[in-house]
Design a protein around this ligand. Sequence first.
Ligand code: UD1
Length: 417
Amino acid sequence: MTRLVINGGNKMDGEIDVQGSKNAVLPILAATILCDGKNIIYNCPKLRDVDMTIEVLKNLGCIVKRNADCLEVDSSNISGYTIPDELMRQMRSSIIFLGAIIARFGKAEVSMPGGCEIGNRPIDLHLKSLRKLGVEITESHGFMHCKREKNISDNIHLDFPSVGATENIMLAACLTEGITIIENAAREPEIVDLERFLNRMGAKIKGAGSDTIVIEGVHKLYGVEHRIIPDRIVAATYLSCALSSGGTVSLKNADGGHMGAMINVLKDMGAKIYEDRNKIVVLSPKQLKSVGTIKTMPYPGFPTDIQSPFMALTTQAVGSSVFVENIFENRFRHIEELTRMGADIKADGRVAVVIGKSRLTGAKVTAPDLRGGAALVVAALAADGETEIENVKYIDRGYEAIEKVLSLCGVKIKRKE
Ligand code: UD1
């Protein structure tokens, strides 16, 4: 089993080139099937989730070529409209293909996504919205059979600003007759990137980034070139790594404009952070301070995806910090592992209290999920001695070559097979 072995106690010092956003590239790759030609997508990170998405595209009949961070997707000969069980099980976010496949074929067959490591993750909002766009959905033998009976548009009010449901509606609606309006839409930067990509292809979408998105259906979309936005969660994770190690790091190709809630928390903890164009520099204070209460919220609130890395960081702050997880019910599984390393954290339901500063010691720990794994890396950088992290496959879902990035900044880290 692959492990990351980290020796803590070295101050990070160096520059990190921030990878493209995983959560932006996945829906954009799904959107490539909406045209008959070739799309060229730059700044695609090399991640397990991207590889799985490429598998889904190939399974549908697309030709996909990778050259460094550039993916060329040719969907001229696409023929399939099914996502098989093994692909759906490996990556639940393949559900994002549903809207795109329906838009292209008027029908789709997708295996039911199961639960996943951070909770139940229902798709009721996706299905309710697609039904409003004239799609009939039946379930049998573990598959959802979808057929667009009427090519209609509608006003869709989301009960919760779900990122995936907002993206699925945008994909399903951009080739319909008429105007679709999404109210209480998710406002994440990744949605803005999807809008930009689709509009480049010829779609007529307005309002992404606000809570109302207006999609005017068009008849045809065309292949284009597009560059994926930087990954704001990865950028914030590396800022946490730098602070946990007591070091200084400069991020290039980062977008601080997408990171307001996270940067504010780090500044409240005493970090010195300077932003200039696509660059963010972080300097560690002599001593980190606790943060009061952090509540995860939809964008522009504090992201659930950075809750666990920041929790690991607050173990090194003096005082108590409280985390309230409002988005996913099972996103505290890193706490048990952090406790093994000496952290003082008490959790009850969706609330966790961290008492700092703890002296962490290296231990054998297991990444419970993607961001929980990143939290263990953050903790390992502050710990005395060697930390061995198992289940690295989770970390590889979202962080490109994390051991190379960190070792270039002076961290003693090795991947062991
Ligand atoms: C996306 C991100 C994920 C991030 C999350 C929240 C991708 C690939 N993943 O996930 O990294 O943590 O946004 O920022 O972009 N919900 C329902 N019914 C639905 C859909 C969602 O109840 O039909 C609930 C979920 O259970 C969860 C909340 O809504 O409690 C947020 O989920 P959502 O915004 O949809 O997250 P994802 O798109 O799955």
